[in-house]
Design a protein around this ligand. Structure first.
Ligand code: 5GP
Ligand code: MN
Ligand code: MN
Length: 330
């Protein structure tokens, strides 16, 4: 990885140079946590003009609202117009940057920190580690190379990022190094129990009722995916409205779906706007769902990937089934 180039570019900045940090649309714990943790590290280096943002509505999911460094968050229209440096977190492709993609050609330096195997290499300096469990692993490694010590605020952000992207240290890529990093983060004095309760175990009553409905309508097709079984369900805008919930409450709903024993592949189809669906794909191991996602214009990892679908939920899932039964994943 181009560590030296990234370190040199950051060390070359003066305290008044503008730095714009960006993460992906519909930000998750890794996107926000790695971005804000790194931003706090830059602040410790004496940089004063720091802004962090993400494309789309300026609607930080409830669980991430109190993260340290949130004072640096601005809506996308308040992003610096001509920053000296752009840093991009957890973004595999320019399509995940929305209108903020316009900053790339104007910034003299663009550094991408990511861990998606499908990353297209769209940055000027690409720190992409496909074997890393989270972008926060890359962010911490760069902070170390910059000589920024971990403190409790940085650690809280990075811990949120690490624990969300590893499914609380359960998923593939939960290596000894991941636990070593977690240990160093916890050693700063943060409380994993308090953070986990806030991030994973605090949801409105309506979210539970909504989950019940969405899970209750799930369908199991035991013959799909080359006989490996596929389980899927969907959630509409109307579902969210009926229970007065925001889309973030659906983020972890793929987890109970993927736990179904009779299926190797799980699909959750979430309506973003009329006829447009954010599709989450999960595999237990036999199938590389990132290939399916990439074939349908998205991306992700071998066991967790996603894409934007169109039409009805049935049509979206049929596209997935067709690819799973075709040559792609055999
Ligand atoms: P999730 O299902 O949790 O939203 O996403 C799972 C993984 O797939 C994440 O690593 C995420 O970055 C990736 N992913 C989800 N949706 C998309 C998409 O529309 N485009 C791309 N390129 N990646 C996606
Ligand atoms: Mn992410
Ligand atoms: Mn990630």
């Amino acid at each position: 990885l181009e560590w030296a180039a990234a370190v040199d570019a950051i060390r070359a900045l003066g305290p008044d140079d503008e730095v714009q940090l960006i993460c992906h649309v519909n930000p998750d714990g890794d996107a926000l946590g790695s971005m804000l943790g790194f931003a706090l590290g830059l602040r410790r280096l004496g940089l004063t003009r720091l802004r962090a943002t993400f494309p789309g509505d300026f609607d930080v999911p409830e669980p991430y609202k109190g993260l340290p460094g949130s004072d640096l968050l601005v809506p996308e229209h308040e992003a610096y117009r001509a920053p000296a440096l752009v840093l991009i977190f957890d973004v595999a492709a320019e399509s995940r940057l929305g209108a903020l993609v316009e900053l790339l050609p104007v910034a003299p330096v663009v550094i991408v920190l990511d861990h998606h195997a499908s990353n297209t290499g769209f940055g000027g300096i690409n720190l992409v580690a496909p074997r890393a469990a989270a972008t926060s692993v890359v962010a911490e490694a760069l902070l170390t190379r910059l000589g920024v010590p971990l403190d409790a605020e940085i650690a809280e952000c990075l811990y949120v990022a690490l624990s969300t992207d590893t499914g609380s240290f359960k998923f593939d890529l939960t290596t000894p190094e991941v636990h070593e990093l977690a240990a160093r983060l916890i050693a700063t004095g943060i409380s994993p129990a308090e953070i986990s309760r806030r991030i994973f175990d605090t949801r409105p009553f309506g979210a539970m009722k909504l989950s019940g409905e969405v899970l209750g309508r799930a369908r199991l097709d035991a013959g799909a995916a080359g006989g490996r079984g596929l389980v899927w369900t969907w959630a509409t805008q109307a579902d969210l409205e009926r229970h007065a919930q925001k889309p973030y409450v659906l983020e972890s709903l793929i987890d109970p779906v993927r736990s179904v024993a009779e299926a190797d592949v799980a699909v959750l189809v979430k309506e973003m706007k009329a006829g447009e669906w954010a599709v989450s794909l999960r595999s237990k191991g036999a199938v590389d769902v990132s290939k399916v996602a990439v074939a349908l214009g998205g991306g992700g990892h071998r066991l967790a990937a996603g894409f934007t679908g169109h039409g009805s939920p049935e049509e979206v899932v049929q596209q997935v089934k067709d690819l799973l039964e075709g040559a792609l994943t055999q």
